[in-house]
Design a protein around this ligand. Structure first.
Ligand SMILES: Cc1cc2nc3c(=O)[nH]c(=O)nc-3n(C[C@H](O)[C@H](O)[C@H](O)COP(=O)(O)OP(=O)(O)OC[C@H]3O[C@@H](n4cnc5c(N)ncnc54)[C@H](O)[C@@H]3O)c2cc1C
Length: 323
């Protein structure tokens, strides 16, 4: 990967990692090099870099916490903006919060609980950034981030900044239009309600305990969380049902492909073991789809996004778009 940086990037005050290994920036710990990783923490830095890249006709993608991605072993022939801030960027006006897309989601949850603000506690322990959570309408326990979004400030492919309301974002189960447009969440306004600090803190601890029990410890088992979306209510499953249940019933826990394995406690989570490649993960995910198709005639739809070139991948709507 050619790591020569153009003058306009060298002159910017952005923290740049030339030829960054994307495995260092994804929770799956997979992915080859990119041209350079551009670390943006604030909305101002993000807007400056996006405009510069567009102006100089440079291809790029944007990631947050890298917790919902499988990046190609071959890496990416483009720049990668990483929009993630070390400390939360949050402004409060009564029960409305203005939060940067770079704020770590769990930092927002902690802030809300400490300030007696209800509406986001169910996201306790979900990795990634607020921007990533809005784009994918992240959630848990039947609640999702889109439910509390009041407005979102975006930067689009033309470098235009616009503020949109939730009805323009098509929030649905683990979905928003941002997955198709690739517009970037610069910041978001959230409508919270008042709650008891003690109750919120207690609920948060309970949720973290449940997650610790059910979800892999990322240090021990690198992964990207649930691999497939739960089955939609309109399908043969009758009402939305856990993809993990169908996988388990179809014998999914025994599957393996190279270094890609199934988390023993949850049939819908692929984990990386020694010598695992991104290609292994893709191949294992196809096997998982096949067994559920054969046993239940159901098509599992990926929640996790593949990025970059893969030998065995057909293009689909769930791939992260390179601008
Ligand atoms: C152990 C584990 C548990 C998990 N549990 C849950 C769970 O309970 N519920 C749940 O919903 N998810 C869960 N996830 C998945 C993941 O954490 C969420 O999808 C998260 O919201 C992704 O955010 P991110 O910043 O890491 O996005 P990334 O993985 O960096 O990116 C994912 C997609 O979002 C886009 N994106 C990122 N930031 C922005 C932005 N600012 N503007 C526009 N688009 C953006 C990227 O371009 C990419 O297409 C889990 C993952 C792990 C590893």
């Amino acid at each position: 990967m050619n790591s020569t940086l153009p003058e306009f990037l060298l002159e910017s005050n952005i923290d740049i990692v030339p030829s960054a290994l994307l495995s260092d920036y994804t929770t799956f710990r997979l992915g080859g090099q990119c041209q350079a990783l551009l670390k943006c923490q604030t909305p101002e830095e993000l807007i400056t870099i996006v405009k510069l890249l567009i102006q100089h006709h440079k291809k790029f993608i944007l990631i947050g916490g890298g917790s919902n991605l499988v990046v190609s072993d071959q890496g990416l022939e483009c720049y990668v903006i990483r929009y993630l801030s070390d400390s939360p960027i949050i402004e409060r006006n009564n029960t409305t919060l203005m939060v940067s897309g770079s704020t770590i989601l769990d930092d927002l949850v902690i802030y809300a609980a400490e300030n007696g603000l209800q509406g986001i506690n169910y996201c306790s322990g979900i990795p990634g950034t607020v921007g990533g959570a809005v784009a994918g309408n992240a959630g848990a326990f039947g609640q999702q981030v889109g439910d509390i979004v009041k407005s979102v400030t975006l930067i689009d492919k033309a470098g235009q900044i616009k503020t949109v309301t939730p009805d323009q974002l098509g929030f649905a189960y683990r979905h928003s239009h941002l997955k198709e447009t690739s517009d970037i969440v610069v910041s978001v306004q959230l409508s919270m309600s008042s709650g008891s600090i003690d109750e919120l803190q207690k609920e948060r601890q309970d949720i973290l305990a449940i997650r610790k029990e059910k979800h892999p410890d990322l240090k021990q088992y690198p992964c990207a969380g649930s691999f497939f979306r739960n089955i939609e209510p309109t399908s043969k499953a009758g009402k939305r049902q856990a993809a993990g249940w169908f996988l388990e019933e179809a014998g999914g826990k025994a599957l393996q492909e190279g270094g890609a394995k199934i988390f023993p406690k949850h049939a819908n989570i692929i984990i990386k073991s020694e010598n695992c490649t991104a290609e292994d993960v893709l191949n294992l995910s196809k096997k998982m789809q096949d067994i559920v198709k054969n046993k239940f005639d159901l098509d599992l739809v990926r929640e996790v996004r593949f990025v970059g070139p893969f030998k065995n991948k057909s293009t689909d709507e769930h791939n992260t778009v390179i601008w």
